[in-house]
Design a protein around this ligand. Structure first.
Ligand code: MN3
Length: 286
């Protein structure tokens, strides 16, 4: 699989054994959870996204993207096997597709700058750790770079999922869960309405930058609703994400300023429950 958005490669780092890099990430489950969900898009190429994309990178194929309401198993393209580098997946819709709930400028900056930054930071961190292993780097910085792997690795996977957990309002976005996920939500939280209230309270009260997550704990197969701080803190080890909302201010501040609760409320008009349902079905089938 290719992506036209394999675009944020930093200067080529020393070769990183892929298996080793993934193991260091500790996010294999996240990648696996998304791996069979996305599908190649037959949609037009999204608007030009990243001015830093090297000019000599050929566009090798269609963007990897979700067609809202028409999901089929394919690949969520977060990593390029050929280069051994993590890559920025294409946004599966246009920047203005979340209007009026999330403005186009916020989506553009969020994807092209913030998410791209996590991808670059993850590749950089892994390259620095490889340099240290080859005795070219500062061995005193393992703690620093390992911390950066968690932060940027979390950021990359969180956002790769987040874009696909939303769809244009009325065109795959909004409504309510169906199928096994709907039944699990009712069983766990008492009703969909009680789930919504707890989700809003959870996401709305994250301290600083972070996320509200609905996830499956795969051994018990229980739904958990919890806060994530930064990109990686307070996570439950191994929990497989079903639904998440980014509540960093960069996700909403241009339109909502300090009114995070309004943004969290608006998010319910965008949730791609079909995608979330597939994440749930895969999580409990493991
Ligand atoms: Mn973000």
């Amino acid at each position: 699989m290719n992506s036209i958005n394999a675009s944020t490669r930093p200067s080529a780092p020393p070769e990183i054994p892929r298996r080793e890099a993934l193991a260091a990430l500790g996010i294999g489950a996240f990648v696996a959870a998304g791996a069979a969900i996305a599908q190649p898009s037959t949609q037009p190429t999204p608007p030009a996204t990243n001015p830093t994309r090297p000019k000599d990178l050929p566009a090798k194929g269609p963007p990897t993207a979700i067609v809202p309401g028409n999901l089929a198993p394919a690949e969520l393209h977060v990593f390029d096997e050929a280069t051994g580098l993590f890559v920025l997946p294409a946004l599966p819709y246009a920047f203005d597709a979340m209007e009026p709930y999330i403005d186009a400028k916020t989506m553009e900056i969020h994807h092209d700058k913030h998410h791209a930054g996590y991808v670059a930071g993850l590749n950089k961190s892994l390259a620095e750790l490889a340099r240290i292993r080859s005795a070219a780097g500062d061995s005193g910085l393992v703690k620093f770079w390992a911390n950066q792997v968690s932060f940027h690795g979390g950021g990359h996977i969180n956002h790769s999922l987040f874009w696909n957990m939303m769809a244009p309002p009325g065109k795959g976005g909004g409504g309510s869960p169906r199928g096994a996920l709907a039944e699990a939500i009712n069983k766990t939280f008492g009703s969909y309405e009680q789930f919504v209230a707890q989700f809003k309270a959870t996401a709305g009260s994250v301290e600083g930058g972070g996320w509200g997550w609905l996830a499956v704990e795969p051994w018990s197969k229980q739904l958990l609703l919890f806060q994530g701080e930064k990109q990686q803190d307070l996570m439950v080890t191994g929990a497989l994400p079903v639904l998440g909302i980014d509540v960093w201010e960069h996700a909403y501040y241009l339109k909502y300023q300090n009114k995070r609760a309004e943004y969290v409320g608006a998010f319910f008009s965008l949730i791609n429950w079909e995608f979330c349902g597939k994440l749930y079905d895969r999580a409990i089938a493991r």
